[in-house]
Design a protein around this ligand. Structure first.
Ligand code: HEM
Length: 414
């Protein structure tokens, strides 16, 4: 299987075998696609010590980081950044999100007049917000190009199922050289944070101190490597989620009208966000591997087995809902923050849960509210939820070719 088709496969399996886990073989490796809730609980909570993260491909292609490491190497990196994420400034997040949205809106309108909504513009917006809130930094002044980061993730995700087997050695050599060039470009972009005007920002200061204290040791910390995955986690996922919200609003014009009349604090906005993240989880796979034997609902696990917990499968199993393939805000409210609700599971489960969850919810709610107050989102193709869309997996889930929507600016009576 071409790794970029992984999400299409996840949707296919969720439709054909709802709630079931089963064993696949990718490139001679035993890989479980896990959709069953009790198997998921076993991996991520009850027996989590037996199931460390399986992100060797990410470590090899991007270098070790908080996303890829386990045990002490993870704890060390986590304590460097989590305090900053926990104490994010909510008012500043609202301000930064409003400003970034209003400045990007003319570009959204111009672009969607002629073509699908590109992830490029969305990434620009969410990276701006992330840098503004956590680093008090203006994206445009840094010279960082969000496309460089995305391209690197896209290339590195090809290695998620080692080895991808289909490439001939010439193709592989070419791919590796592209990957190295892409990484060098991103490392150079992010090297800007070593300049004195950025090095004094609290998060960067902590990371530079970590770099000094681990230099020459067995697990040297590298500022740029950590930033690659943090910026990706903190902006690519939000960009993808915002894109899926636009898709759903365009496909549900009546709901769009209802949401437009909600004020910023209305729970309907959160219910809609939750449904978006349930139907289209930006980070659809939690990847782990077994240290020793275990037992799943459908068979025995051997040491070294990989488990890909499919959030698509988990959120579409249909145990707590009549029709999991429908957008249902009432069910979302009832299941708020629990199983089969996007806010309950799409940020991950267990001790490796998303470090930026609260920030992301504030950011998403603000962007949604701004969008509804200024814009009508129209569909350019009829795409009901029971039909499959073509997704691309590139370490997160995006719509191949962009979202088929058009933005129209509109002044609504207040
Ligand atoms: C809608 C947006 C987001 C979604 C859907 C999302 C989803 C996730 C998921 C599913 C995981 C767990 C991966 C696993 O267990 O293998 C995760 C981890 C993480 N996320 Fe998010 N995320 C979002 C936004 C953010 C933001 C804005 C930040 C930073 C401000 C962030 C920072 C992190 C970090 C640091 C981790 C790693 C946690 C750890 O293992 O220590 N995420 N995210």
């Amino acid at each position: 299987m071409d790794p970029s088709n992984l999400c299409n496969e996840l949707y296919h399996i969720a439709r054909t075998h709802p709630g079931q886990s089963f064993l696949h073989h990718f490139s001679d490796r035993r890989v479980w696609i896990v959709q069953n809730p009790s198997d998921t609980h076993q991996i991520l909570k009850a027996n989590a010590a037996n199931w460390p993260k399986h992100m060797a491909w990410m470590r090899q292609t991007l270098g070790p980081s908080r996303m890829s490491e386990n045990q002490d190497a993870w704890l060390f990196r986590r304590q460097l950044t989590q305090n900053h994420f926990n104490h994010y400034d909510a008012s500043k997040t609202v301000r930064a999100s409003r400003q970034a949205f209003s400045e990007e809106l003319p570009h959204f309108i111009a672009q969607t007049a002629a073509s699908p909504l590109s992830d490029h513009l969305l990434r620009n917006m969410t990276l701006r917000i992330f840098l503004d809130v956590f680093l008090d930094t203006n994206l445009h002044e840094t010279g960082i190009d969000p496309e460089h980061l995305f391209h690197l993730l896209e290339l590195s995700a090809q290695y998620a199922f080692v080895p991808s087997g289909g490439l001939t050695s010439d193709e592989r050599r070419h791919h590796v050289s592209q990957l190295n060039a892409a990484k060098a470009r991103v490392m150079q972009d992010l090297g800007v944070f070593r300049r004195p005007e950025y090095a004094s920002k609290p998060v960067i200061q902590d990371m530079l101190a970590a770099e000094t204290s681990t230099r020459g040791g067995p697990d040297p910390f590298v500022l740029e490597q950590e930033l690659i995955t943090l910026l990706a986690a903190g902006s690519e996922t939000s960009a993808s989620t915002f894109g899926w919200m636009c898709h759903l609003l365009a496909q549900h014009p009546d709901l769009q009208k209802t949401l437009r009349n909600c004020d910023y604090t209305s729970h309907l906005l959160d219910d809609f966000l939750s449904e978006t993240m349930r139907l289209f989880p930006a980070n659809p796979i939690l990847s782990r591997h077994a240290v020793s034997n275990d037992v799943f609902s459908t068979g025995k696990v051997q040491p070294g087995d990989v488990a890909l917990v499919s959030l698509v499968g988990l959120q579409m199993q249909g145990v707590s809902r009549d029709n999991p393939w429908q957008l249902d805000l009432t069910a979302s409210r009832k299941l708020h923050n629990r199983a089969e609700s996007g806010l309950g599971t799409a940020f991950g489960i267990g001790e490796r849960v998303c470090g930026g969850r609260l920030f992301a919810i504030t950011e998403m709610r603000t962007l949604l509210h701004e969008l509804l107050q200024t814009t009508v989102v129209q569909r350019t193709a009829n795409e009901p939820l029971h039909l499959s869309l073509d997704m691309q997996w590139c370490s997160l889930m995006v719509r191949r070719g962009g979202h088929r929507v058009r933005f129209q600016s509109q002044a609504f009576p207040t």
